[in-house]
Write a protein of this length. Structure first.
Length: 248
């Protein structure tokens, strides 16, 4: 905690109004960024990708589920991992409640990981999630969208990630990194890649962080999201919530 001064209500109002002006600037900047995002050119998806899902193998087109927009969260979960990434797990904790609203607005949202489907389903059941989650095991999808990396990448000590060639992140020993990719399907069935974001680009999907940003201690972290655990691993978690995954 910073050593905050304690002032009168009148002095606080002056400081708050000054901050409000900057908050409005940030809101207007976000509106402009959103407009530029919508104006990005698209890339036609020519390659065929096949995914394993609980209802059988599906193409990228079939993941749209009869909607015209598809958002894919690249969840860090590689083959043979005991559990999914804690940070990705934190993000997707926020997805289930959004699904009815997204679906009604012509958007399908799904997670995709390289772990085999059986491993995904086991972890999904443990966590009590309902959102769609497909396996790209054996597919080039994760590699083509720059969230999975092979031995050549790791040996070279650098990755093509977040639209640049970057050194391996400190302590990175895995093969997966997070991201979000977005696709559009036109009336003829043509598929287009419209947007991707990586690293902290998906942070605004995490409502908990947006709430913490307004708390007195903020995120109270030394490194990015160092406080995050899987939601069934917090020591002070209410017992009723801890067993929710077991009941799912």
């Amino acid at each position: 905690m910073q050593n905050h001064p304690v002032v009168s209500g009148e002095e606080w109002l002056i400081a708050r109004r000054a901050l409000l002006a900057k908050e409005k600037e940030a809101t207007h900047l976000r509106d402009r960024v959103n407009a530029e995002r919508l104006a990005l050119p698209w890339v036609k998806v020519e390659k065929e990708y096949i995914f394993d899902t609980p209802t059988g193998k599906k193409s990228l087109s079939e993941l749209f589920e009869n909607r015209s927009q598809l958002m894919v969260y690249h969840f860090m979960f590689g083959p043979g991992w005991e559990a999914g990434c804690p940070g990705c797990s934190f993000l997707v904790d926020h997805l289930d409640g959004a699904l009815p609203h997204l679906n009604h607005h012509d958007v399908t949202l799904t997670a995709v990981s390289r772990a085999p489907l059986a491993e995904i389903e086991t972890y999904k059941k443990r966590m009590g999630w309902k959102f769609p989650w497909a396996s790209a095991f054996g597919s080039d999808f994760n590699y083509d969208y720059h969230v999975s990396f092979d031995n050549d990448d790791l040996t070279a000590g650098k990755l093509a990630y977040n639209f640049t060639e970057t050194p391996l992140p400190p302590g990175f020993t895995g093969t997966e990194l997070p991201g979000l990719s977005v696709f559009y399907k036109d009336e003829t069935g043509g598929l287009f890649h419209t947007y991707s974001t990586y690293a902290r680009g998906g942070e605004e999907l995490i409502g908990t962080l947006m709430i913490l940003d307004r708390a007195p201690k903020g995120r109270n972290e030394k490194t990015t999201m160092d406080f995050v655990r899987r939601h069934d691993e917090y020591e002070d978690m209410p017992k009723a919530y801890a067993c929710c995954a077991e009941k799912a």
